[in-house]
Write a protein that binds this ligand. Structure first.
Ligand SMILES: Cc1cc2nc3c(=O)[nH]c(=O)nc-3n(C[C@H](O)[C@H](O)[C@H](O)COP(=O)(O)O)c2cc1C
Length: 447
């Protein structure tokens, strides 16, 4: 199989759709180990390549009530703790987490991810995010969210430092020489000496080289700065795309940039998120969607939309069409632009757009029979708009069961999914090869 469709799952136990936990017939407890393990194992048993645990620090500010606890708060587990638990309870699925370079430092991130790669025997991945919630700053000492350009400059430096820390351990540095009393051969470990605008790191990582050398690096962010960072460093570009022609353009552009950066375009994957609602028939799937949408609180959805867009829509009537161009937000720039474009393209009212955002968080929404969903994914894959997908079932746990039981076999039958994975580590499974990316900077740092 020359080119195959990679598949990951957007890991939750409550479902992607904001109304899902109210509609699901099964109890969904976002902090239950048993439920997380059951979801991870279902994804593993279906042969999916990885599960992705996203995370945000703080809460999205409600522009009108910034000091109140939001009524739609759902608790979340911290990703490293959750992924470590899943490392121990699964054997054969990649474990990817979102970690922010804006509010964490590269030493601690590199250390946690190296540990996760050891514990999972080479299944770790890092979704490098720069954060967008204004209130994330409150969680990190009250500083305001740094401007977009500063966050990306810091992300680039953080990645360079993390890679330098990982690469500083040679593969055979652990010798456990009983006679000489040396667990590690110090000649095979370098100290990292880095002094840059954001970080001053002079140390040795206390984790030896992990099975993958570096975890698989995902990058999520589609602005100009986000794409440039991905071209230089990412193994996987995790993106939200909801329109095939735009997605093809994005795909082509990413691959060109990767080539311009001197890297192999086939070794850097473009994977859009997809929210899937699968039922036996298309009509039933639409009914499920209608039921889910009914569980959305329109007022709250409006406020969340304003926060996401970075501009206040409360003065507009709910059935007003959104056509004025939004001001450029310092927050989630690409998502805000994309949602606005969707509203204009599909002539959505403010209320409708708020509902779409609650259902999809900006991702492609696929609603239909197993064949409908498989056909849509195949169409994107074959049109060179995606190398694979991060699938978020709208409702859990039933949605994941539907997808893995009914859709994955159709993809296999279409000849785009391998019967067996291409190896044990996440890098092997995805076919992204040995770490490249930041190698140039790493050498410079260690000299
Ligand atoms: C598909 C996707 C997933 C993301 N997941 C997270 C996440 O889990 N946590 C987070 O803080 N930010 C997340 N982000 C936000 C990005 O890290 C970034 O801050 C944001 O996209 C703004 O950058 P941009 O303008 O380059 O898109 C995600 C972005 C995208 C496109």
């Amino acid at each position: 199989m020359e080119r195959w469709m990679r598949l990951g799952t957007y890991h939750t136990v409550t479902g992607q759709h904001a109304g899902a936990w109210r509609v699901s017939t099964q109890a969904t407890d976002s902090e239950s180990l048993a439920q997380h393990v059951a979801a991870a194992r279902a994804a593993q048993d279906a042969g999916l390549d990885f599960l992705l645990v996203t995370d945000v620090l703080g809460e999205q500010a409600d522009p009108q009530r910034p000091h109140e606890v939001r009524a739609d708060l759902v608790p979340r587990l911290e990703p490293t703790a959750l992924l470590a638990a899943l490392a121990a309870t699964t054997r054969d699925i990649g474990l990817v987490g979102s970690f922010s370079t804006t509010f964490e430092d590269p030493y601690h991130l590199a250390r946690r991810l190296a540990s996760l790669d050891h514990l999972s025997e080479g299944r770790a991945g890092w979704n490098v995010v720069t954060s967008f919630q204004a209130l994330a700053s409150a969680a990190a000492g009250g500083e305001p969210l740094p401007p977009h350009a500063d966050r990306y400059a810091r992300a680039r430096e953080a990645l360079e430092v993390a890679c330098a820390l990982w690469d500083a351990w040679e593969r055979d540095a652990v010798v456990r020489d009983r006679r000489a009393g040396r667990y590690v051969d110090p000649a095979r470990v370098r100290r990292v000496e880095h002094a840059g605008p954001s970080f001053d790191v002079r140390t040795v990582l206390p984790s030896s080289r992990s099975p993958q050398g570096r975890p698989v690096l995902f990058q999520a962010g589609a602005s100009e700065a986000g794409r440039a960072l991905a071209a230089d460093h990412a193994d996987v570009v995790f993106t939200s795309q909801d329109h095939l022609p735009d997605a093809r353009k994005f795909y082509r552009e990413v691959k060109h940039r990767v080539a311009d950066a001197g890297r192999d375009p086939d070794g850097v994957l473009v994977m859009p998120g997809v929210v899937a609602i699968v039922a036996s028939t298309r009509a039933q799937a639409r009914e499920v969607r209608a039921r889910l949408d009914e569980a959305i609180d329109d007022e709250r959805a409006r406020r969340r939309l304003s926060a996401l867009l970075g501009w206040d829509t409360s003065a507009l009537p709910a059935d007003a069409l959104l056509d004025a161009a939004p001001a450029q937000t310092e927050g989630h720039r690409s998502r805000a632009r994309q949602l606005h474009e969707r509203a204009v393209r599909e002539r959505l009212t403010v209320r409708e757009l708020a509902r779409v955002a609650e259902a999809t968080r900006g991702h492609l929404l696929v609603v239909g029979s197993p064949q409908d969903v498989a056909d849509e994914l195949l169409a994107w894959f074959e049109a060179d708009a995606a190398d694979g997908f991060v699938v978020g079932p709208a409702v859990m746990p039933a949605g994941l069961r539907r997808f893995t039981r009914d859709v994955v076999p159709l993809l296999r039958a279409a000849g785009v999914r391998p019967d067996r994975p291409h190896g044990g580590t996440l890098r092997d499974r995805l076919g992204v090869g040995a770490p490249t990316g930041a190698a140039r900077e790493t050498t410079a740092l260690n000299r």
